[in-house]
Design a protein around this ligand. Structure first.
Ligand code: IPE
Ligand code: IPE
Ligand code: MG
Length: 248
């Protein structure tokens, strides 16, 4: 048995599989730099990891896989890198949409999609409507996303509802906020993985990760695959999730 197959068996025997796994896919630039290659080569290589991790998530029977692909702050990178990333986004959709659909993956893009160019926007909208009825795996792709902006948007939606008399101030509770986030339809992540050894959240899912287990992997995203995902899940299964209470 290979390492990944052994981990899969261990995982399935050991305990509950996390319903929702979120990943901050980091380290593409460093992967390229180590090879004296331009940064976009690292991003292209990272696309292969996306493919591998989506397949592994289906195999593990995860319900929701959330991938942080491009942050609101990433718009401030050099124009050449931003346009390389936008081309890769379109290429990813062209290449993968059909197979994702055949595998029953529902692809959802979350973020400030109005900032995308018309070509990317059309591709994004196309794959979302193509796969909308699929149920095997929800693949959340966060693009042009910032968690604080998402919370500001939720606050504004609540203010509009209150101002219009549709909602009373005392009805503003945690559920009211959760229901106005992009992730309203999903359970909170059980496991958040960040690759490349960085120990920070970088404005990802601040509200949703209140009680999420964190795994920081030293592996750079282009080197992350099925084995590394299964290893992170095995680590997750050894955690004692207390949610502020005492252990059983
Ligand atoms: C992650 O890799 C991809 C994006 C943030 C778009 P980086 O591009 O951040 O790679 P490093 O962190 O510079 O190595
Ligand atoms: C976070 O990575 C965003 C994505 C993975 C899309 P960054 O590389 O942008 O984060 P910082 O700058 O290291 O915090
Ligand atoms: Mg980075």
């Amino acid at each position: 048995m290979g390492a990944a197959a052994e981990l899969l068996a261990q995982m399935n025997g050991q305990g509950a599989i996390p319903r929702h796994v979120a990943i901050i896919m980091d380290g593409n630039g460093r992967w390229a730099r180590e090879r004296l290659l331009p940064r976009p080569v690292g991003h292209r290589e990272g696309m292969k990891s996306v493919r591998a991790v989506v397949e592994a998530a289906i195999e593990a029977k995860i319900e929701v896989l959330s991938l942080f692909a491009f942050s609101q702050e990433n718009w401030q990178r050099p124009a050449g890198e931003v346009s390389a990333l936008m081309s890769l986004l379109e290429e990813y959709i062209q290449k993968e949409a059909r197979e994702l659909h055949e595998r029953g993956v529902r692809v959802v893009f979350l973020g400030d999609l109005d900032r995308l160019g018309p070509v990317q926007r059309r591709a994004v909208d196309g794959v979302m409507s193509l796969t909308a009825a699929n149920r095997t795996l929800v693949l959340n792709l966060f693009i042009s996303y910032g968690s604080r902006a998402e919370l500001v948007r939720a606050a504004r939606l609540i203010a509009e509802d209150v101002a219009a008399g549709r909602l009373a101030p005392e009805q503003v509770d945690e559920a009211a906020i959760s229901a106005r986030l992009f992730t309203a339809d999903c359970p909170d992540p059980d496991l958040l993985i960040r690759t490349s050894g960085e120990m920070r959240i970088s404005n990802f899912l601040l509200w949703q990760v209140a009680y999420t287990e964190l795994v920081i992997s030293p592996v750079l995203w282009p080197d992350f695959g099925r084995t590394e995902l299964f290893q992170a899940i095995v680590d997750y299964q050894s955690r004692d999730r207390r949610f502020g209470r005492v252990s059983a």
